[in-house]
Design a protein around this ligand. Structure first.
Ligand code: GLP
Length: 250
């Protein structure tokens, strides 16, 4: 596990885009595991810019996303399918047929979970998995729990997650209470992890995840066991780590 310090959101986005961009440049048929949320948006903007400049080519890239709200159609502007299209896919030359997300409109949970696990398996391994982190330490929508789940599953969202994500909706009542998410087992199988974290609201989750015990109560803590995990975090997100473990992150 390596934590790379960034000054602020823009610096974090640039450093993370360099890591992801290098992956695509070195392996043009990379399988990217992608994430939503505000954390990766700046990184996605840079990738779009570099693709438009001709520096990056996504035509042979495939992608699988971490999660999707249960019940939302892809054309709902709160769905993660909509988010990915508007924040990345439409700006790069990826073939949209090679981009995959869980289908939030499939009401048959067992069927959808099995279908999405088969999609992930058919990719032959994720080369790099982008992650954000929830204020409660969640990755994807793997909420604090007694266990780490292996495969895709449908979760009931944590109260804190619903509150945090309500900023994107007209009212908190509109936030879906359930979501499909890739399991921690699938996330851990990615060859490389690239986590992007910014802001003081994530400082406690950062401390607990990377300087605390490995526990499913803090799902991101499992990343301490990953052989190639890079975390790009800004000063604000590192605030508590800097206080408790001065010098631990250069
Ligand atoms: C959301 C997503 C996660 C994301 C996290 C942080 O609920 N399911 O994949 O990493 O919360 O979001 P943000 O980057 O907006 O802080």
């Amino acid at each position: 596990m390596r934590i790379i310090r960034a000054k602020d959101y823009d610096d974090m986005s640039r450093k993370a885009a360099i890591v992801l961009g290098a992956q695509v440049a070195a392996k043009p048929d990379s399988v990217l595991g992608l994430a939503t949320g505000s954390s990766p948006v700046g990184m996605y903007k840079l990738l779009i810019e570099w693709c438009k400049n001709g520096d990056l080519d996504f035509s042979n890239v495939k992608s699988v996303n971490l999660d999707e709200y249960f019940g939302l159609t892809a054309d709902n502007d709160q769905s993660y399918a909509y988010f990915m299209y508007h924040n990345l896919f439409k700006g790069i030359n990826i073939d949209i047929k090679n981009t995959y997300l869980p289908d939030g409109t499939n009401p048959d949970v067992a069927n959808e979970c099995a279908r999405y696990d088969a999609v992930i398996d058919s990719m032959g391994g994720v080369d790099i998995q982008v992650l954000g982190i929830g204020g409660n330490g969640h990755i994807g929508f793997n909420e604090p729990s007694d266990v780490f789940k292996l495969g895709t599953h449908c979760v009931t969202l944590d109260k804190k997650t619903i509150e945090a994500n309500s900023r994107f909706f007209n009212s908190i009542d509109e936030v879906p209470t359930k979501a499909y998410t890739m399991g921690v087992g699938s996330i851990m199988k990615a060859k490389k992890i690239l986590m992007v974290v910014n802001g003081e609201a994530k400082a406690q989750a950062m401390l607990d995840s990377f300087f605390g015990d490995i526990t499913p109560r803090v799902q991101a803590s499992i990343l301490q066991m990953h052989p190639d995990c890079v975390i790009v975090a800004d000063d604000a997100a590192l605030k508590l780590i800097d206080e408790k473990f001065p010098g631990a992150v250069k």
